[in-house]
Design a protein. Sequence first.
Length: 623
Amino acid sequence: MKEKEIKTVDIPAQKIIEKAKEEKIEIVWDRFEAQQPQCGFGQLGICCRNCNMGPCRIDPFGDGPLKGVCGATADTIVARNIVRMIAGGAAAHSDHGRDIVETLELTAAGKAQGYEIKDEEKLRRLCEEYKINTKGKDKQKLAKELASEIMKEYGMVKGEIQFIQRAPEKRKKLWKKFGVLPRSVDREIVETMHRTHIGVDADYVNILLHGVRTALSDGWGGSMIATELSDVLFGTPVPVESTVNLGVLKEDMVNIIVHGHNPLLSEMIVKAASDKDLIKLAQKNGAKGINITGMCCTGNELLMRKGIPIAGNFLNQELAIITGAVEAMIVDYQCIMPSLPDVAKCYHTKIISTAPKAKFPGAEHIEFHEHKAVDIAKEIVKKAVENFPNRIPEKVMIPGKPIKLIAGFSVEAILKALGGTPQPLIDAIVAGKIRGAAGVVGCNNPKIPHDYGHVEQVKELIKNNILVVTTGCNAIATAKAGLMLPEAADLAGDGLKEICKALGIPPVLHMGSCVDISRILVLLAALANALKVDISDLPVAGSAPEWMSEKAVSIGVYVLSSGIFTVLGTVPPVLGSLAVTTLLTKDIEGVVGATFAVEPDPKKGAQLMIDHIEKKRKALGLS
Ligand code: BF8
């Protein structure tokens, strides 16, 4: 396949990869090549280094050791390794959520500079969900009480996390039956670490069931908290126009890229960039103004709520610096390559880290704190503005023009577009105009040509009348391919095209960052509740064509555990255990009503999803 020979299908990115080669800059694909062949034991998940009798490894061919020093088999080791990945991902999402809760609390106390409660209506709705008496209380008081209630959920002693109540009754009964209802956000992560310690849980089924519980504490817990409270603080997204790809950088402006995941700092950077004195300083330094753009999920957060242009997804991050046009890349946490300062050394770009929990050797660290948020944001923007005269014009190359897009499809926005209820969507599905819906999400991974898996799979799905909802790096990839414009409906099958044209929406709906996959859960729960069925009965499917992070493992497992058939485009490290592989791809159907499939070819992966959707339609008695 021709695409396999190239590193990316993102044309501006291709140009910058060439530039990197000419300028002898080492980038992710070079390091990927240098790692070949990658460790076979690691790929199969059969190496264990959980204690210092090891590291141990199991012989996949049966000629060498079949047990670790402690006696752990391949089944135990594979299960332990994968649940530790789930815990890593759940921790990342949930700790991000905790940071938002803390900021909400500080905002309520008037101690967070520059923050305000933007969506009071959602705040009140959430308070009601948490059974907080709202009568006669102002938003400050309510925010304080809500933050305090939600903070308890991180280490709760009794009961289950609140948002799990949003799931359909049948699903909750199933989770209860199998003992996987999450009891708190932190507890399940801690228990994963306990169970996978030497000499604790050795039963692979028992270990994996706890993996399900840990992942659910992310999807219906930490991630959902991050999404909902970000909406309270910064506003619930509504459809918004913007642009995407490396072409969003501007030759005549100070370019600042905000990269990472948490909107707490980046929202303030946007605010600081409109400061008159800083704009004047930029002009004094020879620029026309300050151009803020996003990268990865911090970019998605700003795009969704503010229409800030987005420069790219995970595999674009080094390339953005190589354009030579970036004055500062400001990073918070997650999915930030530690290589960025090395790449930046060859240009004038400043890499500025801001989170106490994520420092990068070679980067300048300006610590971010909410009580001085605006002042710190101004200080950072000033650094970028002052760096503009250091730009080396001969090294600048902005590769092409940005692509337009429409983002901002929160559940609230989707329901509004449908006239206030999910019924028109249900009617379109019942009539067969839309066969079903697919959530296509997740990372980039140099194991697959950049964006190829995302774009090809999504095109195939919409061609077959399947509405696609997306987040994270898939959202950015499909936007770059022009699939987030109403005109993209022309690439859809006749039924989906008709619905999109009638509603004026694209066939691919941007629902936000990776924590916002919780929005997809909420939408599915609303659909299932309206139809009085379980999520696993719906004609829907999930996919992560280019996944790579631990967060994606947690997402995959909570999506599956919520009843959604999920296709993985890269092979998870479980094949070293036939028992675990069979459980995840077959037997788990009997527990959660869904399975994983692994299919690296995105078109074949789409076909698996289409077949699954048709099977579900038939079971519901739909044509
Ligand atoms: O959280 S999709 S590479 S950027 S992990 Fe990271 Fe993966 Fe992109 Fe957003 Ni999600």
